[in-house]
Every structure is written in C-alpha cells, then in structure tokens.
Design a protein around this ligand. Sequence first.
Ligand code: SF4
Length: 604
Amino acid sequence: MLNYKTVTNLATIEAEPLQAAAPRPKVGFVSLGCPKNLVDSEVMMGLLHHNGAELTPRAEDAEIIVINTCSFIDSAKQESVNTILEMVQHKRQFGGKAQRIVVAGCLVERYRDEIQKNIPEVDAVVGTGELEAILAAAGLTPSGHAQTNSPFNILPQGTPEATIHTHAISMSQTDGEVAQLEATSMQAGQNLIDRAPSAVSQHSRPLADPEHDREIAPQLRIVQSLAETGTTHGDEPLNHTGDHIAHLPAGIDAGNTSRPEGDLRQQQGRFSRESWDGATAALPEYLYNDATPRILTTPRASAYIKIAEGCDHPCSFCIIPQLRGKFRSRRMSSIIAEAENLIKQGVREITLIGQDTTCYGEDLGFTDGLATLLDALAVLPGLRWLRFLYTYPNKVTARLLETMAKHDTIAKYLDVPLQHASASVLKTMKRGGNAQIFLDLIAKARRIVPGIVIRTSFIVGFPGETEADYKELEAFITAAKIDWLGVFTYSDEEGAKAFELPDETKLPNRTIQARRRKLMKLQQKISTKSKAEWVGREIDLLVEGESEETELLWEGRTSLHAPEIDGKVFINDFGPHETLVPGTFYRAEITESHDYDVVARILE
Ligand code: SF4
C-alpha cells in the first residue's frame, strides 16, 4: 500500500496562484518509470517548453515541479510517493521557490483523488491520457505552434545555437549524491530498466554534436515538429505525403478504431476502474503525433518512438490496461514522419515501443502491421539501428522475423517477455503458451534470423506456482539459453485479477525471493558462457561516454544491447583515437568477457 506517513509532518498551506508577471516560468521535471513513461515526459516537456516555459535541472530553482510517476507495482508506487514528497519540500512554504507541484502519469490514473487528499501540497494532477492538460496544470496557456518571435524558436539542426540548453531536474544534484535506486520501471510484469530516480538526469550526460565533432554540454534536445503550425491534439491526419509513404497499403490512415479483442474485453470489464477510489470512468485515449512538440532526453544518437498506447491483453497480474486504456495505434504516416524528423536531427538509433508492439496496426486494419512499419522505417536514409521492444509471444510471426532478417538496419534483437514456462502458471496468468511452444518460437527466431539475441523476463512466485512449476522454468531457461534475462518477483496488485486468487495460493516472500536468486544464478552461468563466445568478434559500437562506474573506462552498446537494459560494453583501448565522441559509431573488437558485460578495444 501507499505510505503517506511523512505527509503528516508537512504544514498544509493553500497553493498560491502563479504570478502573472513571470514571463517564462521555470519548470523542473522528474520522470520515473519505463521508456513509455519517458516518452510521455518528453512530450509534456515539449508542450511546456513550446508554450513558454523554461526547463531547469535544479529543483531549488524551479517555480513549477512536475513529477511523472509510475504505478505498476507497489515499489514503483512507493518511489513515486517518496519523490513527490521530496519535491514538495521545494515549495515556498518550506523555503523553496516552487509555487506549483504537478503530479502526472500512472499514479494519477490509479489514485487521482487520494494524491491531493493525502498530499495537499500537490496543486494539480495530469493523467496518462491528458498530457496536454500539463499546460493548464502548470498555469500556462496554449500558444500554438507558430511562435516566430518566441525565444524558443527552433534553429536549424547542426548549428551550435540549435541546442537549447535545458535540463530536467536531477535528483542526484538536489541530493548531492548519485543515487542508483532499484529500478521501478515496470511493464509487462517486469523490471525493465535500472534508472536513477530521475530518468532524465540519467540521460543528462555530455553528448556529441556530430556536425562539429566536439562535445557539448549536457542537454536535452528540442525536437522540431514537422508541422510547426500543426496540432498537438491527438493523432490527427497530417498533410504529409513523402515518397516513402506513397507505396504503403491503402487504408493506412484509415483512422483509429479498436481491436475486436479490446472491445470484447471492455464488455467483460477488463478496463473497469470502478473499484478505484477517485479514478475517472473515461479511459485514456490520447496519442501524440509527429506534430506534437517533444524534447528528447536520451543520448543524441538514440530516441524512442511510441508507436501505440494501451493494451488489450488479459494478463491477470497486470493493471496496465486499466491505467493506460485500450490498445490504439498511431498512424503509420505519423510514425514515419517522426522517424524522418528525428534522423534529420541527428538520431541514428530508433527504438519502437508500446505496451505490445506486435499488435501494432490491428486497430487500423493491418495484419503484420509491425512488419509493414519496419519495412518502411528500415530503409530511411541515415538510420543505423532500428529495434522494437515488448513483443507478445504468439504474435511473433514468421513475417516479422523475416523482416528482421531482411534489413541490415534492424537489430537482431527480440524482446519477448514470456513471464513463465509452466503451462498451468501461464494459464492462471491468462497468457497461454507452454515451454515447448516457447522453445519452438526461439528456435524459429534463431533459424530465420541468424545471430539473433533473445531478451525475456519471467515472474517467479505467481500464486499457485508449485515447486514443479518452478523446476520447469529452470529447465526451460537451461534449454533455451536466453541471452538477456530479467527475473521479477510477483507483486500482488490490488485491481489485478490475480489479486483475487485465494490467499492460500499466495507464496511466502522468502520462497519467492529464493526462487529469483536461484534463477539469476543459473542465468549467470549461461550468460558467462555465452559472453565468452563474443571474444574476438568485430562489432559496430555506439559509444555512450565515460563509464558511470569508473572514469578509467568508457561505455558503449552494440546493436545486440537495447538502451539501458542489457549488459555493458566497456572500452579500455581507444585504438587510433586520442578520445572518443559519445553518440558516434566505431568499429571495435571484443577482447574480454565477464558474466554479463564485455570489454572492447576500438579498431577504427
Ligand atoms: S501484455 Fe498488456 S496486460 Fe499483459 S503484461 Fe503486458 S501490458 Fe500487462
């Protein structure tokens, strides 16, 4: 449960209205949670910035502080609450400069009323489906996109002036310490990424300006939207008729409807939030598009694109469908336009995300919509790496795998959360499948896409998981030799179907933790062996910068490492270079291996 106990120590004072005279209110932003939440943060920061706000990395300087929260499981909720309470301390009544505290994101969908009831210092809340409400919440008025005399007028990419040096709040700066907290970003029952309390702060490291071959200060990047005078209101049709989309199948912009599965599950009550005190009845429907202002917080060469929102699946441990609404796809033309725009602005690696990317386009009338989208994106000039995360096992089709194999630009990397291998546990999870089906899927992927790496995650300790179920999972992991594996412990979430399972089926915490430890040990052995096989390989390496662990090493990623989640490539030899430029690709050789990480030397 949420713990609001420290709130009682805070004096309750009415929030003051923002001073009208402040022309450019300073906004600090803390982003918690998974990459999907990070994209929401980037959109909200873009909207704020576009409408006259100045972003600041220092909580103590901010007049408005926004916390974009995560609410997937209890530990994520608790971190969200702790962060809100920490930020509240920067309000005027406590000696700070902040006049407004805004809470956004999943916690709002779950505890809309409770947040303000229990933390009266919070001035406004913004749910996941109302990102544009961030303006009103911050006391700003929408000013439209065509602000030619705006101090934030966006300059052509590539000039030093094009970089507007803005930052989001770094909690490590406010704390005076570098905190690497236990990850709280959750999707698909998994802990996706280890992230500092402010996702944004973790990204705020020196980045390269490829045009000028030099380092520039830590920054966020303003993404110039294609339609500068366009709308920010959802995924409306754009007047964009680039050659690359002319050949796409008819009906591609047919408009948003829902998937039949989603409609059916809605009738069955899958998305109902009736029992949630204060939750609004209307499900989130918002989708950003390429015309929406967005500020990138990821390293210069990389960006996420959210291709869909919501989820129609019935997984019994998961409340994301209630939090995020029914599955809905962005128009393909909008995604392609956004990708082109990002590439034009220096992005070389695009990662497609959504709660389930393999459902992409089903609501628009496509079969194999993701494969069609990949076909269109993979050939965009200037793109080096394209990847997609969060696939659903029974939707990984031969066509999708063949598309991966066909394009050099598509990373040979399949992220497919399996959650378990025992048929009976999978049945109670309402996911289906079994160990043999999953082994066949992995074998098929390895056959069609030579050299593919598989990332998956499992939940241990699901209600009713017997020792035999657990052993089956162990046997599966041994047989499948998964490349990247996350093991997460079951979290009993009120609102999820599994919460209603009889108490006697719920496992003691010590059993759950012991099972997780054992699986991780098993995986360590598998990983150590497989990483040893990497030694001697020549690879393309995207250099990210100095290692966060030691200044003696640098770090980078291969196309077989997704941003933030997988093991690391440490660089201990710059080869012919005096120094390396973060955000740049180099040819390198793997020289050493460890359990999950490898060491490389730069060749050229
Ligand atoms: S597929 Fe949907 S319901 Fe299942 S775990 Fe993922 S987000 Fe939750």
